[in-house]
Every structure is written in C-alpha cells, then in structure tokens.
Design a protein around this ligand. Structure first.
Ligand SMILES: [Zn+2]
Length: 207
C-alpha cells in the first residue's frame, strides 16, 4: 500500500497521463506513492483550463483526506481562461497544486534531453521539432503516446529534468531572468519557457 496517494487531472488525454503512469511504475513502490487519475473513459482531449480546475476542485471537495495532494496539470496553449482557473485553484491551496507548462508539456519532455531557456511565445513547434530529432520521437506530435522506447529515453533523466525546471523557477523568483513582467516577480504566465512539473517530481519524493 502506498503511504501517499496523489490525484492528478490533465488538460490532454494521452501524453500527460502516460507520463504519470510511467512515474508511478518507475518510482511508486520505492517512493511509496500512488497517483489516481480520471478513469480512461472520462479523459478528454483539450479540456479548457477551467474544466481542469473544476475537476481538481470537485475532487478536493469530496476528498475526505484520502489525497496527499491534488494536481492540476496544464499548458499555456489555450490561455484565455487561465487566470480565472489559477484563481479557483489557489483557493484550494495547498492541497490543490498546479503544474503549469509554458508553452506546453512538450517543454517538460524536452528538459529530459537538454537544458533549454529560449522563449517560445506560446508555440510548441520548435519543441516538437527538437523532440522529433530523437529516434523514438520521430513521429511524436502525430502520435503523442509515451511508448516503451520513449519511456526508456525519459526514465534516466527525470530528476535532471526536474532540476532544470526548478532552476528556471528559481531564476524567476530571484529576479535573475529576462522575462518582461507586470509585477515584481514573474507570474506563471510570464515564465516562458517553464514547467511546474519539477515541483511535482519533488513532491512525489523522486530524487
Ligand atoms: Zn522570469
């Protein structure tokens, strides 16, 4: 039995859930965690940020303390509803947490292969192009599954990717980044590129 049970709801239907399943298979037993997710039949592609937030809030409200943390995982892709979604989720903090990737989850995947800190202006095109250069990832984009071969590429570099993502966040927090921002500290929407997935890895206890 896992000591800690997490819940995660994601904007996409395939890649993020495949990745979470990989984390659980690789590290769940050793780090004593399990990640619950919406049932495959209820997963949908292109949920809006509000729908992801609604789902996470609903789980939080019926939680009964079974979950250590509830994570909402989404992208900059469709940004219209993001500020409102973040506000909703913030009201349920610290139980509900957000892993936000800018411009997309592909940035998080690419951090497993290389450090990268070039603004993408909301487009995932360059990141997909870079992923496609890896043999197992040549068709990534048309096929968004984390196949066994892709999982084998990612597995040894999860902690490295988390450190890279955390490093970018720390630079923003220390005012050591190049982002243009309205406030004193970069908000999630200014962190281009960036990913909150490093915080999830840390919280799961994967080191
Ligand atoms: Zn910044």
């Amino acid at each position: 039995m896992a000591d800690r049970v997490f819940f995660a709801v994601c904007e996409g239907r395939v890649t993020e859930y495949d990745y979470l399943t990989l984390l659980q298979n690789l590290h769940g037993a050793a780090c004593s965690f399990r990640i619950d997710m919406p049932s495959p039949g209820s997963r949908r592609d292109d949920m809006t940020p509000e729908q992801v937030a609604d789902f996470a809030v609903r789980v939080a409200e019926s939680d009964d303390d079974q979950y250590t943390e509830i994570w909402a995982i989404y992208d900059r892709d469709q940004h219209v509803g993001i500020p409102r979604a973040l506000e909703r989720l913030a009201r349920k903090a610290p139980k509900v947490r957000v892993a936000f990737s800018h411009p997309s989850f592909e940035f998080w995947l690419y951090l497993h292969f290389a450090a990268y800190d070039v603004s993408q202006n909301g487009s995932s095109q360059e990141l997909v192009r870079r992923l496609n250069q890896q043999e197992a990832w040549a068709r990534y984009g048309r096929d968004k599954r984390i196949t066994q071969a892709r999982a084998a590429d990612l597995a040894p570099h999860i902690v490295t990717a988390a450190n890279r993502a955390r490093g970018l966040e720390k630079r923003c927090a220390a005012d050591d980044c190049t982002h243009v921002r309205p406030g004193a500290v970069c908000g999630l929407l200014e962190r281009d590129p960036g990913s909150g997935m490093g915080a999830l890895i840390e919280s799961l206890g994967i080191r």
